[in-house]
Design a binder for this molecule. Sequence first.
Ligand SMILES: Nc1nc2c(c(=O)[nH]1)N[C@H]1C(S)=C(S)[C@@H](COP(=O)(O)O)O[C@H]1N2
Ligand SMILES: [Mo]
Length: 319
Amino acid sequence: MRRIPVPSAPVLPSEITPEHIYLNRRAFMKLAAVAGGSLALAACGLDQEIPGATPADSPTAPSSTSELSDPLTSYEAIANYNNYYEFSFDKEAVAGVASDFRTSPWEIQVGGLVNKPTTFGLEDLLAKFPQEEHIYRLRCVEAWSMVIPWMGFELGQLLKEVEPTGSARYVGFTTLLDPDQMPGQKSPFYPWPYTEGLRLDEAMHGLTILATGLYGKGLPPQNGAPIRLVVPWKYGFKSIKSIVRIDLLEEQPATLWNTAAPQEYGFYSNVNPEVNHPRWSQASERRIGEAGRRETLMFNGYAEEVGGLYAGMDLRVNY
Ligand SMILES: Nc1nc2c(c(=O)[nH]1)N[C@H]1C(S)=C(S)[C@@H](COP(=O)(O)O)O[C@H]1N2
Ligand SMILES: [Mo]
């Protein structure tokens, strides 16, 4: 299992998880990878029984740390403090309302400006792309944050598979539309389904993943099962959940939040402590599980990796 290095501000699993748990989990994942197909799927992506429950091998509280690393947020907090407006506006109610969400069978259509438009079953993606652990900070635009050990694979691998044409410049993402299962979609105040977008170079960046699990288990519904985007240097709302469509596009796509409140939520939405939300400061954040506040880092701590994507751009204009 490859771990993604985060040179500008490391979050090293060996430093943040009690050693025996870390080694056990690693040994298990290695075994699963060697055993191949079925066991690897059960461990990493399709564990339909586990979501919502507490994995036995996960820490239940933030573990100790060094000054170089951030403690992982507990599984309980990650799975019970959620923004997922399709289910509820109440973060602590989302998990309960979403508990029966049907995430299997699941298909993702990948199309638009590509040579090989393809509809993938979730199991196709899990078989094709090895699931790896990516430990990332998640910074919500509301100024709270977590550190989450996702399982997933690079979005770029999937995009290469469908062969974007020369005119593709953006990628659009769409969440499932199903008001019977997602009561929030009956609210007339938002342009459902939830949509998001990235520039193609942002989508191809190695930090951008499609996540299918967390803490080595399948993704719980409230975290965007069975597959969601994670873009760690952007505000959390860019990381769209329960994706059914990905389109390669020539023009910048409309997104739910940018459509609902363009003055407040720009298309880029890079984490930036120097550009405040019109109604609150973005200079600091509340790390879930910690007392007090932390300073918010430029690009959420990933400036070394992604700063070059925005060379020459005015980040106050392109917020
Ligand atoms: N479809 C959809 N995706 C979504 C949201 C949503 O309401 N609907 N909320 C976003 C916001 S505001 C955040 S902070 C993250 C939260 O992800 P988490 O619950 O896994 O921590 O999901 C994002 N993705
Ligand atoms: Mo958010």
